[in-house]
Design a protein around this ligand. Structure first.
Ligand code: SF4
Length: 491
């Protein structure tokens, strides 16, 4: 009995945080799955499976962004389908697979630390083999073995679908030859979800054709490739049939979708088709490149019953000299106009953005211009990174790098400014009536999200304990806030 078959046959009704599901899959097979989330950034997925007394355990550590989470979900399904027992303790498994992120220095540091931990456990005799996959494997390749001694296999992004074969080869002491990465579209159907069953990520494309001077993604993930629309829709159907009521569309550059397929208004066409999925209630668009948000997309978002009025538009900076230096296609004027257009067309739109401060040569006046823009734009959510000079990127070669102290101080000032904006905006939500999707519910209370809160990255709605199980929509009213989270009461 494979995990996917078990899922289809209803042995796992749904997969929730901190929940255990079990089912009897015949006389000999017993399947037990346990999911526990330790933090938003770092998920350890534990699974135990006993098949006819053959037990080879695999621990899995999933790091990184939603795109990497999708890869982890595919690998988990494949490892499970191959008959391995996923371990409840990644510090004591026969094999540990670490799916890494290598986007910027802190992500690399987190990945290296997880690999070191696994290798140390191997030295102590608690783990037999350590397998490293994901973006950092792709970015560093064999150099990773020099950085951390004791890795048994380095799995490139192109080898994702061979993970079970690689794990088996490792255990047999064989090594599989690393193949050069070929830009191709992976089929993500048949995943074992890390997320709860009622929401999931839906990756619509891979790679990026932009040339942002600070970014490593095109060199790691390759050129932009859209998934064929039928493949995306098929996957969406599969997720909805398995209980998803909310799908977050993800990509490196979502509104570029379809251009390589010669599809005009590809994203608009895709969401038009997705709206036909009856049980799907919320479609969320993540990673909209600002200059790519055209009137057709705005119109489609505004008119849709299912696309939530939420826009994640990473502007990165606002000063025109810096934007040009970053090789962004946007200008200050275009970004200001976009925010006005979004709010005119959807007065209830919730806006999220990301920014980089301390870009090489950023003057105090240019940073002040960014602060002034933030005060004007009144974003509902904002992520800010101090600039990281990533090796191999053009921005890392620039002469006028700023000291870390300046970059971090500017990041703190920006976030302080944003905090005042967000708290004031949240106070204005008091008394509003909302539809809330319940994510979690136990004796301590329930947690959910309204349309303007994306899973994992945004704040949440805090509810008193209620009867609504995870995955249900309830009517609620905002009564106050607890930090960045809304306090709401059910109606
Ligand atoms: S659009 Fe995003 S992923 Fe693409 S190069 Fe720019 S920052 Fe990187």
């Amino acid at each position: 009995m494979f995990i996917q078959d078990a899922c289809k046959e209803g042995f796992i009704a749904c997969i929730e945080r901190k929940c255990v599901f079990s089912g009897n899959a015949g006389n000999q097979d017993v399947l037990l799955i346990r999911f526990r989330r330790f933090s938003k950034e770092r998920n350890h997925i534990f699974m135990k499976k006993k098949i006819q007394n053959q037990v080879t355990t695999v621990g899995f550590v999933a790091l990184g962004c939603p795109k990497n989470i999708v890869d982890s979900e595919v690998m988990l399904a494949q490892i499970g389908q191959a008959g391995f027992v996923l371990s409840g303790d990644p510090d004591r498994a026969d094999v540990v697979v670490i799916n890494t992120c290598g986007f910027i220095a802190p992500a690399k540091a987190e990945a290296i630390s997880a690999i070191r931990q696994a290798v140390n456990q191997k030295r102590r005799g608690h783990i037999r083999k350590v397998v490293v996959a994901g973006c950092l494997s792709e970015r560093m390749g064999e150099a990773l073995r020099q950085e951390v001694k004791g890795i048994d296999a380095i799995v490139g992004l192109d080898q994702r679908d061979r993970i079970a074969e690689i794990v088996a080869a490792c255990l047999e002491g064989r090594s599989l030859r690393r193949e050069a990465s070929v830009p191709e579209i992976h089929d993500d159907r048949g995943r074992l979800l890390i997320t709860p069953a009622h929401w999931a990520y839906l990756r619509i494309s891979e790679g990026c054709d932009r040339k942002c001077s600070f970014c490593t993604i095109p060199s790691i993930r390759g050129r932009f490739r859209s998934k064929p629309m039928e493949m995306v829709l098929d996957e969406a159907r599969e997720l909805v049939e398995n209980g998803a009521v909310e799908l977050s569309l993800i990509a490196q550059d979502s509104n570029y979708y379809g251009r390589d397929l010669k599809l005009e208004n590809g994203l608009v066409k895709l969401i038009g088709e997705m709206e036909k999925l009856e049980s799907l209630r919320w479609i969320r668009l993540m990673y909209l490149y600002p200059s790519g948000v055209d009137d057709a997309l705005l119109e489609a978002m505004a008119k849709s019953d299912k696309v939530v009025h939420y826009a994640d538009i990473p502007v990165q900076h606002i000063n025109n000299r810096i934007l040009k230096c970053m090789r962004r296609a946007d200008t200050k004027e275009k970004n200001l106009h976009l925010i006005e257009r979004l709010r005119t067309r959807m007065p209830d739109v919730v806006l999220r953005t990301t920014m980089i401060v301390g870009y090489p040569g950023e003057t105090e006046a240019e940073f002040e211009e960014l602060l002034e823009f933030v005060r004007w734009a009144q974003f509902d959510a904002l992520g800010c990174f101090p600039f990281f000079a990533e090796p191999g990127t053009p921005a890392a070669e620039l002469a006028d790098q700023l000291p870390d102290k300046v970059k971090h101080k500017r990041a703190d000032r920006l976030m302080q400014t944003q905090q005042e904006i967000v708290f004031a905006k949240m106070d204005n939500w008091k008394g509003k009536e909302l539809t809330v999707l319940v994510d979690d519910n136990d004796s301590d209370g329930a947690v959910g999200r309204h349309y303007g809160q994306a899973p994992h990255i945004d704040s949440v709605c805090l509810l008193a304990p209620c009867d609504a199980p995870p995955g249900t929509f309830i009517n609620a009213r905002v009564t106050g806030r607890d930090g960045y989270d809304f306090e709401v009461e059910t109606r």
